[in-house]
Design a protein. Structure first.
Length: 433
């Protein structure tokens, strides 16, 4: 068998998992790849005392990997934006193929990186950047190649899903976030996870691969879960829903929706049953209908599994000198469409509204009148006398599907009423019919 040489940049959680699985299963992987995949160089800012690298040369300079003439495939696992971008572009200039798990890099700089790789005649693979060990990019780009993909929706951040799952027991957001940090699910600075930025990176990539559009991370809408309360979670359940932090991309005739936000999902739907740190991605195609991809969205060996799957794909091409390659985003460059990302005011959704009303006669009638004036129909309304406190009572309303601009105008008027107090809580709802 021909040997294909791999150099790994970054020896953190994913880098360690990739090294261990590739070493442990070397014979099995070689049988599948049709070549021997050998790790010939590793570089990281610091060594890991808990890992035995054997006779593999180690360096603290990641460019030692990129500049090694014997390395065929550079595996970028350092994370972040700028340093990773420069590393990957340097590898491409040196004629190296690249495998990365860096969703932020691809979402923000992918268009530039893919263009450079195309000109250099090398491959950039990124399966591990989205949903960890779940091979959803391969499913979208290859398994669903016959389909017009209409929408994609997913739980694509395990930290946020863990927090919302634990809050169903009545626990406060801050308490569960601290627990997630103690367990290693959340970073010391959890902003990317709980405010939806990590999910938005992944959704950007999924939308591009699904719809054949350029990567447009900066145009998407992102809303986090830090304002979700146990009260809203409990009352969503009473209405037959669970609150999940979803990334949703939908193709329409006038553009695409690209949004991450807390979402009410019917309890009967499969994705509502996905709890803890697990991920799940729904893909709706015109031929196949709805499919769901479920499993661990993070972790050392789970994500390492996806990294190695990309390494195997690239190694096969290197070993056979094949020119047959799956396009980076699933579409030939001349078939890509530059569709607009729609404003949130143009999206359609049902809505959960929580309005704090003063306990006065006729308040419900005023609320209903405002909604009606804006063309918003009420599906259900909930008000419990037992929740009356200090002359105020929460009113829970679930609407039918309307445009977001209608809800925005209605909320402005509801908050201006002398019979309501404070901000109106708004959570979007999806049925995925």
């Amino acid at each position: 068998m021909k040997d294909v040489s791999v150099g790994i940049c970054g020896l953190g959680t994913v880098g360690g998992g990739t090294f261990n699985v590739l070493t442990r299963n070397a014979r099995l992987i070689a049988g599948r790849a049709g070549c021997n995949i050998r790790i010939t160089r590793v570089a990281s800012r610091r060594a890991r005392e808990d890992m035995d690298l054997g006779d593999v040369p180690f360096s603290t300079d990641i460019y030692d990997v990129v500049n090694d003439p014997d390395v065929d495939i550079v595996v970028e696992l350092i994370g972040g934006y700028d340093a990773a971008k420069e590393l990957v572009l340097a590898a491409i200039r040196n004629g190296k193929h690249v495998v990365t798990a860096n969703k932020a890099l691809i979402a923000v700089h992918g268009n530039e990186i893919f263009e450079a790789a195309e000109k250099a005649g090398v491959v950039v693979a990124y399966e591990a950047g989205v949903a960890g060990g779940i091979p959803v990019i391969k499913a979208v780009r290859e398994g669903m190649a016959a389909n017009r993909i209409d929408w994609i929706a997913g739980i694509i951040n395990g930290t946020g899903n863990y927090i919302l799952t634990e809050m169903r027991a009545g626990r406060e957001f801050s308490e569960v976030l601290k627990e997630a940090q103690d367990l290693g699910y959340a970073e010391a600075d959890p902003t990317f996870d709980v405010e939806g930025i990590d999910a938005a990176h992944k959704l950007t990539i999924l939308a591009s691969a699904g719809f054949g559009v350029p990567l447009q991370f900066e145009k998407g809408f992102t809303e986090g879960i830090s304002k979700i309360t146990p009260y809203d979670i409990a009352h969503a359940e009473l209405l037959g829903y669970r609150i999940k932090h979803l990334g949703i991309a939908r193709r329409r005739d006038d553009g695409i929706e690209l949004r991450v936000h807390p979402t009410l999902v019917p309890q009967s739907h499969l994705i509502a049953q996905v709890d803890g740190v697990l991920n799940a991605v729904l893909v709706d195609g015109d031929a196949v209908g709805q499919t769901m991809y479920y499993g661990p969205g993070a972790g050392d060996e789970a994500t390492g599994s996806a990294v190695i799957a990309d390494i195997v794909d690239v190694a096969r091409a290197v070993a056979t000198e094949s020119k047959l390659r799956v396009p980076y985003l699933g579409f030939s460059p001349d078939a890509m469409e530059d569709l607009d990302v729609l404003s949130m005011e143009d999206i359609q959704s049902a809505y959960y509204l929580r309005i704090t009303a003063l306990d006065r006669p006729g308040v419900l009638a005023k609320i209903a009148s405002i909604l009606s004036e804006h063309g918003i129909n009420i599906e259900s309304i909930m008000q419990k006398e037992s929740e009356l406190k200090d002359g105020r009572i929460p009113v829970i309303i679930l609407t039918h599907t309307v445009q977001e601009r209608q809800i925005n105008r209605a909320i402005e008027e509801l908050e201006a009423l002398s019979d309501t107090d404070g901000e109106v809580v708004r959570i979007r709802a999806e049925n995925f019919n």
